[in-house]
Design a protein around this ligand. Structure first.
Ligand code: GLY
Ligand code: MN
Ligand code: MN
Length: 519
């Protein structure tokens, strides 16, 4: 499909923008040069008339609505008397008049319940009601009437091009939040600002045009200290990130769905392995099998799938996925389905391509598994988050010591001044997981690494060992082997639940599971 134009400003007029004689046409106007859309008044009258009633979009209250209301209450309580601005963000250009599929900012999705591709350019605003809480209002670009040029001529927003967007009533029905037209946003943000007036905070980096709008209002109010305003905004981002550290009941349900669909995707990957070995880019067979499943059963993947066969498994974020898949080697698959609400799983299994681990593969795999089990053993309320990693590292260092790979003892390696074992596992063991694969990334250290685990936290346990093929410090039999095992863990009142436990992880279970899927 080729869009006739993205710029509606010249529609209905001559499709060639004015340019002084002898002056080159501006580059940004040249998209118009390929427009073949009729511009006559007769055509415009014809295409904007004769339409039946719109199909009811069937919008119902979203299941997340009661939970998002509680989250907004928490935000309101944290910033009394201030106006808080949480943009969804805008469409990101891929090239010329082609955009990437839209994904809202996670803070916006968390506070509104919107997911999938909803809603470009929307902005959630908390308006202060004196010192008595806030009124939340969602400013959106509602569906344009059919007698507008936008309806048929705007390839970015028009109904003819991208489908019908929700009306203001639809937005309120699905989110439980009062909706207003996006054109009202500038005046709404400006209300009662000015010197000594209402303070504004905006989520930084979420939407450039909204940030510029807030910045201009701050200048009018005499707030010209950039470092100070950046700090004011950072505090909002920090609070919204920390608000997601403990998942509510609805979020945990979404995480379960994401993990369950991810497990189903891994089953499809195992079934596709014989086909992968026959293709020159077998890793792509694995990637597309999983990604196709994610699009069919969820929104998409939560991050780019890693399909890393053989030595590629030693590249931590191998997403090129253009290698061969060979019998006798391992394939590391790190993949997660993101469901419509944007919650994602993040699971890794390292599988023997032909269904059976060799002795040395099994040795490395078992060391990683034991490290994971040591981490699971301390995953309970009261443990410090950082101690999960520490527990896994004890096993990794000991095993490497037993194999004679360390330049000293395991104890020396575990000393902060040593850390030799990290040569073969340079990443951490755990990260919070939720709407973002690396969730809660703006949280303070004392709320993340140094915090104690609490029920409702969801994070990964994902130790690994990676021996590059040109690593001369290890015996040849280890070279080219990379193993990671990653599970998604929910902290409960008295311990933890491995949400991805249904996906086999012990070597003999993996082998039996693979055999069962190949029969
Ligand atoms: N898939 C990225 C990670 O495991 O953190
Ligand atoms: Mn991870
Ligand atoms: Mn992962």
């Amino acid at each position: 499909m080729s869009s006739d134009t993205t710029d509606t400003s010249t529609l209905g007029a001559d499709s060639t923008p004015d340019a002084p004689e002898g002056t080159a046409q501006a580059l940004e106007d040249r998209n118009e040069n390929r427009s073949q859309r009729p511009s006559s008044a007769a055509f415009r009258d014809f295409i904007t008339s004769g339409w039946g009633p719109r199909v009811d979009l069937g919008v119902v209250p979203g299941a997340a609505a009661p939970y998002t209301a509680a989250r907004r209450d928490a935000v309101s309580a944290a910033f009394p008397g201030e106006r808080l601005v949480v943009p969804a963000g805008t469409l990101k250009q891929r090239s010329n008049d082609t955009d990437y599929r839209f994904r809202p900012h996670s803070a916006f999705a968390h506070l509104t319940g919107f997911g999938s591709d909803q809603e470009p350019d929307a902005v959630l605003v908390f308006h202060p009601l004196g010192d008595e809480g806030h009124e939340a209002v969602l400013y959106v670009r509602p569906l344009a009437p059919r007698d507008t040029e936008e309806f048929y001529a705007d390839s970015r927003y028009g109904e003819f091009w991208v489908g019908a967007r929700p009306s203001l009533d639809d937005v309120t029905t699905s989110t439980g939040i009062r909706a207003a037209h996006i054109d009202e946003l500038p005046d709404a943000l400006a209300k009662d600002t000015g010197e000594g007036g209402v303070r504004l905070r905006v989520v930084p980096g979420a939407d450039e045009s909204t940030s510029i709008l807030v910045e201009s209002l701050r200048h009018l109010a005499g707030e010209v200290d950039d470092a100070e305003t950046a700090e004011v905004d950072a505090q909002l981002a920090e609070m919204l990130s920390e608000l997601r550290l403990i998942k509510d009941e609805h979020e945990i349900g979404q995480m379960r769905e994401a993990v369950d669909q991810t497990i189903a995707g891994f089953e499809k990957v195992v079934r596709a392995l014989p086909r992968a070995t026959e293709h020159a880019r077998g890793e792509r067979v694995v990637e597309t099998t999983f990604d196709g499943h994610a699009r069919l059963e969820g929104n998409t993947v939560g991050y780019e799938t890693i399909a890393a066969a053989g030595e590629h498994a030693t590249t931590l974020h191998w997403i090129r996925n253009d290698g061969q898949v060979r019998a006798g080697e391992l394939i590391l698959v790190d993949a997660g389905v993101e469901v419509e609400s944007l919650y994602t799983a993040d699971v890794t299994r390292t599988l023997p391509v032909d269904g059976t681990y060799t002795d040395v593969q099994r040795r490395v795999y078992t060391a990683v598994l034991d490290a994971a089990d040591a981490a699971f053993a301390v995953a309970k309320p009261g443990t410090k988050f950082a101690d999960i990693h520490a527990a896994a590292m004890v096993v990794i260092a000991e095993r490497l010591g037993e194999w004679g790979l360390l330049p000293g003892t395991a104890e020396e390696s575990l000393d902060p001044e040593g850390q030799f074992h990290r040569r073969w596992m340079v990443h951490g063991t755990s990260h919070h997981l939720g709407m973002d694969v690396h969730d809660c990334a703006q949280a303070r250290r004392e709320m993340y690494l140094d915090a104690v685990l609490e029920p409702g936290m969801v994070f990964t346990i994902e130790p690994g060992l990676y021996f590059k093929s040109d690593d001369l410090s290890v015996p040849e039999e280890y070279r080219g082997i990379g193993v990671r095992i990653e599970d998604d863990v929910l902290i409960t009142a008295d311990g933890h639940e491995n949400l991805s436990a249904a996906l086999p992880r012990r070597p003999e279970e993996v082998e039996a599971w693979m055999a069962s899927l190949r029969d």
